[in-house]
Write a protein that binds this ligand. Structure first.
Ligand SMILES: O=C(O)c1cc(=O)[nH]c(=O)n1[C@@H]1O[C@H](COP(=O)(O)O)[C@@H](O)[C@H]1O
Length: 232
C-alpha cells in the first residue's frame, strides 16, 4: 500500500484537476481541505477525487451538535478520512463518531475519523503562547489518548511524536502524519518535520505531503520519487 496522501492545497479547480491527474498514479490518495472545499464545494471535491481515495481535511471544531451536522453534511462524499480537532473535547468527538455511524448505516461507507492534535506548524513556544501545557509531545499524547477513548480511528500528529504514540496506542490506531520533508525540501511554515522514510520507520500509518509534491517542477516525478524511496 502506498501510504502517501498528496495534499492539493489550492482554490483553483483546473489546478486541482491537473495535479490530481498527475499524481494519483503515484500516491495512495488525495487530500482536499479547507482551501479547495471552501472555494469549490462538495460537487467539485467529488469530481477532483474521482475514484482515488479521498482524505477530506476540514478540521471540524465546534459544539458537538454542529460538528455532528458537519459530518452528516459531507457523508455523501464518502471520504476515507475526515479530520476533526481533538481540542473540541470528548463530547464533540463522540458526536462526530455517532454521526459517522448513522451515515454509514445509510451510505454503506464508514468514514474514518482522525483527530488533529497539535498542528505541525506549532512548537513548544507557540503552545505556551496560547496557554496550552507543553511540551508539544505531551500535549499530543494527552489529546491522542482522549481521541482513542472517544472512539476516533486515529490522529494527526507530527513525525516527532509518532514513535511514542505507536508504542502507547498499539498497531491498529491510525497515525496520519504531515510535516513531511524529503531531503532538501523547504520547510515553509512547518516546524516539527521528518523525511518520509524515517516517519514510516517511526510508525506512521499514512503520510500527508503537500508542497514538496505540488510545488515541485514536475509533481508526478516528485510523487514517484517519494514512492520509490518508500518502497526501497
Ligand atoms: O490535518 C492535516 O492534514 C494537517 C495537520 C497538521 O498538523 N499539519 C498539517 O500540515 N496538516 C496538513 O498537511 C498538509 C501539509 O502540507 P505541506 O506542508 O505542503 O506538505 C497541509 O494540507 C496541511 O493542512
Amino acid at each position: 500500500m502506498n501510504p502517501v496522501f498528496a495534499a492539493l492545497d489550492t482554490t483553483d479547480l483546473d489546478c486541482a484537476r491537473g495535479l490530481a491527474a498527475a499524481v494519483a498514479p503515484h500516491v495512495g490518495g488525495l487530500k482536499l481541505g479547507l482551501e479547495f472545499f471552501l472555494a469549490q464545494g462538495l460537487a467539485n471535491t467529488a469530481a477532483v477525487a474521482g475514484a482515488t481515495p479521498l482524505f477530506l481535511d476540514l478540521k471540524l471544531h465546534d459544539i458537538p451538535n454542529t460538528v455532528a451536522g458537519g459530518v452528516r453534511a459531507i457523508a455523501g462524499l464518502k471520504p476515507e478520512f475526515l479530520t476533526i480537532h481533538t481540542a473540541g473535547g470528548s463530547a464533540m468527538m463522540r458526536a462526530a463518531v455517532d454521526a459517522a455511524a448513522e451515515a454509514a448505516a445509510q451510505t454503506g461507507h464508514r468514514i474514518k475519523l482522525l483527530g488533529v492534535t497539535v498542528l505541525t506548524s506549532l512548537d513548544d513556544g507557540d503552545l505556551d503562547a496560547v496557554g496550552q501545557r507543553g511540551p508539544a509531545a505531551d500535549q499530543v499524547r494527552r489529546l491522542a489518548l482522549l481521541a482513542r477513548a472517544s472512539g476516533l480511528d486515529g490522529v494527526i500528529c507530527s513525525p516527532m511524536e509518532v514513535a511514542a504514540l505507536r508504542a502507547d496506542l498499539g498497531a491498529d490506531f491510525q497515525l496520519v502524519v504531515p510535516g513531511i520533508r524529503p531531503a532538501g525540501a523547504a520547510l515553509g511554515d512547518q516546524k516539527r518535520v521528518m523525511g518520509p522514510r524515517d516517519a514510516i520507520a517511526a510508525g506512521a500509518s499514512r503520510l500527508v505531503i503537500g508542497r514538496p509534491i505540488t510545488e515541485a517542477p514536475d509533481p508526478a516525478a516528485a510523487a514517484r520519487a517519494i514512492a520509490a524511496e518508500l518502497a526501497a
